[in-house]
Design a protein around this ligand. Structure first.
Ligand code: ADP
Ligand code: MG
Length: 459
């Protein structure tokens, strides 16, 4: 049979299948994931469906392919295989391209770009300004770099890459840059958005085939800031698009500011050329806070809240809440809110009571390094053997115990734990955890040993 006729007959079947799928999965899922599928080929019992992006392909493959295959088989028992393939093409519908029609004067194009900007830039928090940012050793480089970008009239370095753990002020600095630029020169276009939003918008643009409009949004921007870029690692199509947008803007000498939870070279799942490109400008990391900075931040926030908090309480908080600034802030807010509510002064006792869950959580924060050290001491082996490839029982067993305790006492994932043990695989960690559990249930001496270690590490 001619392929063309095959396709014609298959089309009718595919339409019926789509109706079934819509009934089965509901409108929302259907619109997002199933309607964009098109019938690409139908030959000799082999069906190929097209999707516009790899991301969608993976998603549909994982979540809906079983059902789709079953439906095909019901529709046509001669169908032997159903594949899904990425296929771009088909020009965008005119409704979309007409937003920026060619040759229609700069006014219209500009207006449309402004609309795009209004669309895409995330709302800004008015509290996140440079004035409200407390500078200390751990963040002074990031702060200086952010100010430099905000005040510059020519691009000082591109991109500015800010990185650091959660709650340490990356988003704060990015908002501050935006506020500063908007206040000083409202004609400059600044777009701030999360990488997730960037990804979401891009996928939507692909789905509705209006990537042109998507790109236009960025074309006229002076400063583009993308927050938490680690979220686009692993998403290849989005990464590609990001890379193109990035390069185009850099070529036009526009400022780009990026944040992430890791340095460019540690961004896993990010293509090598992208990682290296991200590191070309200024890379500024924000370290964990030290005691002095935490105390200054608390003082500033207490002033801001116009609450009279005894220095002793602030010092106590700065000592105890070491995780990040967000938690520190949250703790102070809770203490102040409580005092206002019950109409009493803030005291150390009241603080301990109000925060007792939080304080406990901060107490229990044990690091994998500590665990390795304690376990190595206990079993009388070298700490280096925690990372080494040696498999002798005398070192392998303690190593397994340390992995087991790391799983028990920290919130680290198996792959993270594996990395801390000389780059081992997560399955190795899983195996270690099971092994120790097994040994503990069969050997009470061993079990007590481990229990003792656990208590020692926790105390
Ligand atoms: P990140 O984006 O790095 O996860 P945020 O910028 O959201 O962290 O910061 C978390 C909270 O801590 C915000 O409320 C922010 O205002 C505050 N914060 C962080 N660093 C500072 C600082 N140096 N001075 C004042 N507030 C800070
Ligand atoms: Mg953030």
């Amino acid at each position: 049979m001619l392929p063309g006729r095959d396709l014609g007959a298959a089309s009718a079947k595919w339409e019926r299948i789509q109706r079934h799928l819509r009934d089965e999965f509901g409108d929302a899922v259907f619109k997002s994931w199933l309607r964009p599928l098109t019938l690409g080929q139908a030959e000799g019992g082999e069906i190929v469906l097209f999707v516009p992006t790899r991301f969608m392909r993976d998603w549909v493959d994982r979540h809906y392919m079983d059902r789709i295959r079953r439906r095909w088989n019901e529709e046509d028992p001669a169908v032997r295989s159903v594949q899904i393939r990425v296929h771009r093409g088909k020009s965008p519908p005119s409704a979309v391209t007409s937003r920026t029609p060619a040759g229609e004067g700069a006014g219209a194009a500009e207006q449309s770009a402004a609309e795009g900007q209004a669309d895409i830039s995330a709302p800004l928090d008015p509290r996140l300004t440079f004035e409200n940012f407390v500078v200390g050793k751990s963040n002074e480089l990031a702060y200086a770099a952010a100010r430099r970008v905000a005040e510059a009239t020519t691009v000082p370095f591109n991109p500015l890459f800010l990185y650091g753990g959660v709650g340490l002020g990356k988003t704060h600095l990015m908002h501050a840059i935006t506020w500063h630029i908007r206040a000083r020169d409202p004609s400059r276009r600044v777009i701030y958005l999360s990488a997730e939003k960037f990804m979401y918008q891009f996928i939507r643009a692909l789905r509705y085939r209006n990537t042109m409009a998507f790109k236009d949004q960025f074309r006229s921007v002076d400063v583009l800031m993308i927050d938490d870029v680690q979220f686009i690692s692993g998403r290849e199509t989005t990464q590609e698009e990001f890379f193109h947008t990035f390069n185009a803007l850099v070529d036009q000498n526009r400022q780009i500011v990026i944040s992430a939870d890791k340095s460019p070279s540690d961004l896993e799942g990010m293509k090598e050329r992208m990682r290296s490109r991200l590191g070309w400008g200024l890379v500024a990391d924000i370290h964990q806070t030290d005691y002095e900075l935490r105390l200054s931040i608390l003082q500033a926030k207490a002033d801001h809240l116009e609450a009279s908090v005894p220095l002793k309480v602030l010092e106590f908080l700065a000592h105890k809440i070491v995780s990040n600034v967000r938690e520190l802030e949250g703790a102070l807010n809770r203490v102040v809110a409580h005092a206002t509510l019950v109409g009493r002064d803030i005291t150390l006792e009241a603080t301990q009571e109000v925060l007792h869950d939080l304080l406990r959580a901060n107490d229990r924060r044990v690091t994998i390094e500590e665990i390795q050290k304690r376990v190595a001491e206990h079993f009388n082996i070298r700490i280096a053997d925690m990372h080494s490839a040696r498999r002798a029982r005398a070192v392998a067993r303690p190593r397994q115990v340390a992995m087991y305790l790391a799983k028990q006492l920290t919130s680290r994932s198996l792959p993270e734990i594996g990395r801390k043990f000389g780059g081992r695989d997560h399955t190795t960690v899983m195996h270690a955890v099971r092994k120790v559990e097994e040994l503990r249930s069969g050997d009470s001496d061993f079990s007590e040993d481990v229990e003792l270690l656990r208590r020692m590490i926790e105390s």
